[in-house]
Every structure is written in C-alpha cells, then in structure tokens.
Design a protein around this ligand. Sequence first.
Ligand code: ASP
Length: 346
Amino acid sequence: MSKHLSSLLLIYTGGTIGMKQDPTRKALVPFDFSQILEEVPEIGKFAFRTDSYTFDPLIDSSDVDPTLWQALARLIGERYDDYDGFIILHGTDTMAYSASALSFMLDGLAKPVIFTGSQLPVGVPRTDGKENLISAVEIASARDSEDHALVPEVCILFDSKLIRGNRSTKVNAEMFDAFRSPNLAPLAEAGIQIRYNNDLIIKPSDWDKPLRVNPSLDTRVSILKVHPGITRQTVEDILYGGSTRAVIIETYGAGNAPTAPWFLDCVREADRAGKVLVNVTQCLRGTVNMDLYATGKSLAEAGVISGYDSTTESALAKLFHLLGTYHDNDTVKTLMGRNLKGEISK
Ligand code: ASP
C-alpha cells in the first residue's frame, strides 16, 4: 500500500458527531470544523491537507431531504479534482438513505466518499466519534501501489466496519454498532490492521474518466408496508395516490403478500395505471423470490417487480434517481431489475 498522504474534504452536515460540550454554556453546541486538527490531531497522520466545508444550517438528519443530497453531489462534483477523498459527517438517523442516494447520483466514482457520524458527540469522553472519524480518514487516504484509491465507493464507516452505502441500514439506536449491511459483507474492517475485502470493492472501469454528477431526483414514490389487518382503504390510498409514480411494497419473507382478491385487484389496477411497483422484503436478510410461493407469484402476475435483496432505503433512493432521470416508467422498471451500483446481488 502506498504511503502517500492525501488531501481530504470533510463535509459537515450536522448530527451528533459534531457536538461538543461548551464549558461556559454547559451545553452541547456544534463544533467548529475549521479547528478539526486541534480536536482530532490523529487525522494529520493520514492527510496532508484536510479542508472542511460546513453546511448552514447544520441539521439533525431527521430533517434531511433530497435537496441536501443534490447539494452534496454538486459540492463533490465541483471539488472533485481538488481532493483525494471526501468524508461526510452526517446524523445517523437517515445516513443510510443519504449514502444510498449519493451512490446513484455519483457516476464513475474513482475516489472514496465516506459517510460517518457517531452515537455520542465528539466532545464526550467515551465518544465513538473520534474513532469513526479517524478510521474514515485512514480508509479515505488508503491507496494501492498504482496510487489508486483502495475504496472508490460511497460507503459508511461505523463501529470499525466499512459498509457499502447502498447496502446499509440503521439497526441500533443505543449501542455503537448502529449500522448493518445485512446482505453484503463489510468492504473493510478496522481491527489491529484495516482488512480490506478487495473482492467486493467496486472499481471504476476507467480511473481517468471524469466524475458525472446526476442531480435529478423525482420523489413521487410511496411505501406500502403490508401487515395483518391492512385495510383496502389504506392500500388504495397508497397505491392510487394521484401523483405517485412508484410504490415500494414491503412484503413478508421471500416477497409474499396477502392473496385476498381485493388486494391483488388494487395491485393490478395500479400496474394498469403505469405505476412502478417494487417488491422489497421486510426481513433484514435474504432476497425477494416471487417464484417460491403462490402468494409471491400472484404479485408478480399482478405486475410487481422484484427488488431482490435491496434495503428499502436503497430501493427508495434508486427510484428517486431513476424517475428523475427517465420519464418513461418502463425504462425505470427495467433498470430497477439491474444491479447499477452494487445495491443488489444480481
Ligand atoms: N438525530 C441525530 C441525527 O440523525 C442522531 C445522530 O446524529 O446520530 O442527526
């Protein structure tokens, strides 16, 4: 591995990591990232230049919306040639959505874009924030013998694990291991040494090709979570929603849903209206397989397409991106079935 020191841009959007105890006000206040090297001097061991960009206002990630994703994608596009990698400090609540979205919006990525955050503010003695940030910086700076980034992907670094952004989901609101990648092994794990899972890491087809930023997003997507006792009215409200172009149907197990004739009629009707209907399982692990049970088969026959082993976060972000890019829903359906950025095992 090359020992070249990198230049990194640290982008701070908000969230717990950026809080620090103000001794005079005796309260948590946002941390001034222009002072980052004073607070976390270890960063200087990996990066010769660490610039920061702070969003204004800083937000709790529960307030994230697609305009932040567009701003992030544009910022990375504009500064792409100036840095070897990008670290995005972000609240944990919606980090999996944001990392998924960026993975689709940045095309031809040859540099790391690593999201991280923490469960405890960086100014608190037992914080997980420093370790997360230092590991993210080390990984974002890592290069191979040909001077290419070791992980040129959009990822999340949390609790010593580097996971693909569009495979991630938040699973823990309490402990430090907040994130999982249920259907794909970590891309790297930071123990005594950082072990990279090189076979899983996606590399660009051409390292020198410029980055393409696709900021267009269409958010006309709804989520229908099936559950025992779901009413026809609820299903109709979600599936027929006037402007909705696509619905993620969160199903049971391998992609199963009620077989009541009224339920399938609603699905058929939505399909006839041209909506993109995507089947994503409520299970954390495993994949949708609509051939397995009669209940799943009926959905496929009614026009529902498989989301395979996608997380809901990734399916939502992929739909926003594809609907924003293509006006006809048939193209969107075709591309939903393709593995675009490592988001499904296919
Ligand atoms: N609510 C906070 C946020 O997502 C939690 C965190 O940062 O971990 O911004």
